[in-house]
Write a protein that binds this ligand. Structure first.
Ligand code: S3P
Length: 178
């Protein structure tokens, strides 16, 4: 079965939902942040601090190009992974991509007090979320099928994403046999 890749902003629930789906489907769960950390031998925060964002984005590209399995996995993508030019189509070549969206309020609530994310560490995380979301929105929409998460339980989202994934797999299979 094709990979399922979950894209979307920080705090939209990619990891929580990805883990849930991997358990339900008995598939491997992978997180590109963890893969980058393994590749670099350093935490995401340290990579940003010591080498900057551009270096982190290069590592993300390497992970997607060379380290993702061809099929059978559920993969949570780092929040900015699909944004640089060429990354959305590269990610789409690796499986079915679904982008999770959430309101700024939800993202703020889910990410506040969390020091793991270097991009939201400044004085005004809400302003930063708005600014980044505005810059990234088109890339997110281009990368995958949009699913809005606000007001939906994990159980509901699991079923919605499962349905979308299965529909996409059927469409891919149909396209292949044509
Ligand atoms: C980032 C999101 C993070 C991580 C890094 C940069 C971003 O991943 O890759 O801090 O640019 O949005 P999560 O979305 O898993 O927090």
């Amino acid at each position: 079965m094709p990979n399922l890749l979950l894209a979307g902003f920080m705090g939209t629930g990619k990891t929580t939902l990805g883990l849930q789906l991997a358990k339900r489907w008995r598939r491997k769960f992978l997180d590109t942040d963890e893969m980058v950390e393994k590749l670099a031998g350093a935490s995401v925060a340290d990579i940003f601090a010591q080498h900057g964002e551009a270096h982190f984005r290069n590592l993300e590209r390497q992970v997607v190009e060379s380290l993702l399995p061809e099929s059978g996995a559920v993969i949570a993508c780092g929040g900015g992974l699909v944004v640089p030019p060429g990354m959305a189509s590269l990610v789409r070549s690796k499986g079915v991509v679904i982008t999770l969206f959430a309101s700024v309020e939800t993202i703020l609530r889910r990410t506040s007090g969390n020091t793991r994310r270097p991009l939201l560490r400044g004085e005004d995380p809400e302003g930063k979320i708005r600014e980044l979301m505005k810059k990234r929105e088109q890339a997110y929409l281009k990368a995958g099928i949009a699913v809005f998460t606000d007001g939906r339980s994990l159980q509901q989202l699991t079923l919605i994403v499962e349905r979308v994934y299965e529909r996409e797999v059927r469409a891919l299979q149909k396209a292949k046999t044509k």
